[in-house]
Design a protein around this ligand. Structure first.
Ligand code: ADP
Ligand code: MG
Length: 244
């Protein structure tokens, strides 16, 4: 069955430098379609830089980034069909839950949706999917951290990206809520069927979430495997140390 798994994103030899620092030092990876992928690495290992390169906010000095079979290094972020959920949520404080979610659809550069009833219906579907029904008119300053996380996710999903990047999405939540949101994120991903690339510094989070786990160490992929393999057969001392 292996050859039936298709790849949504692949990177080959991707390098990103800041001065004389190799933030990404020859990254090779491939993300399967319709799957949950965790990207695990200590602080400073290059996780955010990798997401920013994939999203198009940074241009790599070398290497290839292919998305749905096409090279995208020179494609601007808004034309990539890739969603980004930021760690701090980055919501608009003066807008309601519903308006925050609708904003990207109505105001995007490519193909903005001008028909209010279409926007309304798409937003309603996503609100149901992420479990925010009943809170549509609430100000985002008057909802909990977990609810803000759902708004941030909904705002990305409503644009129907083919890949969703999440940068330490649960970092701002307390421990109880984090566990609940892990389950929710898996459920939401399964229902929308797109690949999530979830960045985390927490090995428990990565191993619990990822169908595939990528371990990043000093700008290189130290190991890419399913969670059980990473846990039982760490490929290098760096990976083993990080898991302890
Ligand atoms: P992580 O998200 O895993 O904590 P980052 O991708 O943010 O790591 O950073 C990787 C390395 O690149 C770090 O050493 C960081 O200091 C450096 N770095 C990141 N962004 C910049 C930047 N804009 N300018 C200079 N150095 C940067
Ligand atoms: Mg980071």
């Amino acid at each position: 069955m292996e050859n039936l798994v298709s790849t949504v994103l692949s990177l080959a030899g991707v390098r990103k430098t800041y001065g004389d620092l190799n933030a990404l030092d020859g990254i090779d990876l491939s993300l399967p379609d319709d799957s949950y992928v965790s990207l695990l690495g200590p602080s400073g290992s290059g996780k955010t830089t990798l997401l920013r390169v994939i999203a198009g906010f940074e241009t790599p000095e070398a290497g290839a980034v292919s998305f749905k079979g096409e090279r995208i290094e020179t494609v601007p972020p808004h034309q990539r069909d890739i969603g980004f959920v930021f760690q701090n949520f980055a919501l608009f404080p003066h807008l309601s839950v519903e308006k925050n979610i609708a904003f990207g659809l109505e105001n995007r550069v490519e193909n903005p949706i001008t028909d209010a009833s279409v926007v309304k219906s798409k937003v309603r579907d996503i609100i149901g999917l992420v479990g925010l029904a009943g809170l549509e008119d609430r100000a985002v300053t008057q909802i909990s951290g977990g609810q803000k996380q759902r708004v941030a996710l909904a705002r990305t999903l409503v644009t129907e990206p083919a890949l969703v990047l999440l940068d330490e999405p649960l970092g701002a939540l307390d421990a109880n809520l984090r566990t609940r949101m892990l389950t929710e994120l898996r459920r939401i991903r399964e229902r929308c069927g797109v690949t999530f690339l979830h960045v985390t510094g927490s090995e428990t989070e990565a191993l619990a979430m990822g169908d595939t786990v990528l371990v990043l160490d000093q700008g290189r992929i130290a190991q890419a495997a399913d969670a059980e393999t990473i846990y039982n057969e760490p490929k290098s001392v760096a990976v083993a140390r990080f898991l302890n």
